[in-house]
Design a protein around this ligand. Sequence first.
Ligand SMILES: C=C(C(=O)O)c1ccccc1
Length: 370
Amino acid sequence: MTKLFEPAQAGDIALANRIVMAPLTRNRSPGAIPNNLNAAYYEQRASAGLIVTEGTPVSQQGQGYADVPGLYKQEAIDGWKAVTDSVHKAGGKIVAQIWHVGRISHTSLQPHGGQPVAPSPIKANSKTYIINDDGTGSFAETSEPREISLQEIPVILEDYRTGARAAIDAGFDGVEIHAANGYLIDQFLKSGTNQRTDAYGGSIENRARFLLEVVDTVTKEIGAGRTGIRLSPVTPANDIFEADPQPLFDYVASELGGRGLAFVHVIEGATGGPRDFKQGDKPFDYDALKAAYTNAGGKGLWIANNGYDRDSAIAATESGKVDAVAFGKAFISNPDLVHRLKENAALNEPNQQTFYGGGAEGYTDYPALG
Ligand SMILES: C=C(C(=O)O)c1ccccc1
């Protein structure tokens, strides 16, 4: 059998195949509460070897977009329980992507209308999605952030711990720590957003400190075998920049290697953009990144993402370069993507007009093959 369609083990989580549904923000959970439409959407895609949910904030402070589902209200945990029950009844596996947006937020979404928080008070040249007073949704510039104090870091770590616990209580098979795409953890990692002069800024070790403290907090709470992480070494998403990503991420990978994680999920290139995108003066070496991880004892499933198609996914898994491949947009418009890839069948094209916000149209109405 082609390796892409073979089972795999990601820590404590057994996958029926190596086709992963990548996290996809869809803005269809008003009030940050998952609903029955969300349950139907994820159930339709349960044949994925593993579903990673859309980004799910661990606190209101970590909420950066309107109508994304959270994990910090009991009503949300109850809503997620319906999702995980539906996916499990359909034979699927699903982890929650636990998320704190840092500076990629808007005062209207923050507790008491306050400023978003970040490692350093540097405003992003980015936009977010808010609900206006008249109830309409629109994109707005992200607000000016304030710097997180040293005293606040343990509070945010506690939010990750309670979020990870809530995910398990909601029936998820585990969590993926969102450390990618210019959000809070990525903001600590990268030189363009972290100009701190304390133990969380400056050297590579200091800039990676917060990431590793989140990993250690989550794995202590729910177990390393149910914990994965998503990284994006060179993406420019959300105005994030790192002048020299290779040594930074090789260090992160080597530190993760000794922590027994279930999986490492890597966005190759620019998120949703060119795979050969680079920051700094050299192309990023993803094989070196994986070697840094495995040389340090890393045995978690290595999931690659961004711009893969059937042929490149088969080639990458057959060669052993990666263990599994995550698909994003293809899962939006093909609930039965695994079947279509197995049969080499035609794929539905997604309608970008209905990616964010709205209801069933462009969400649960894409047809599966007969
Ligand atoms: C969670 C997201 C990410 O990781 O980029 C996201 C957020 C809003 C729109 C698209 C994607």
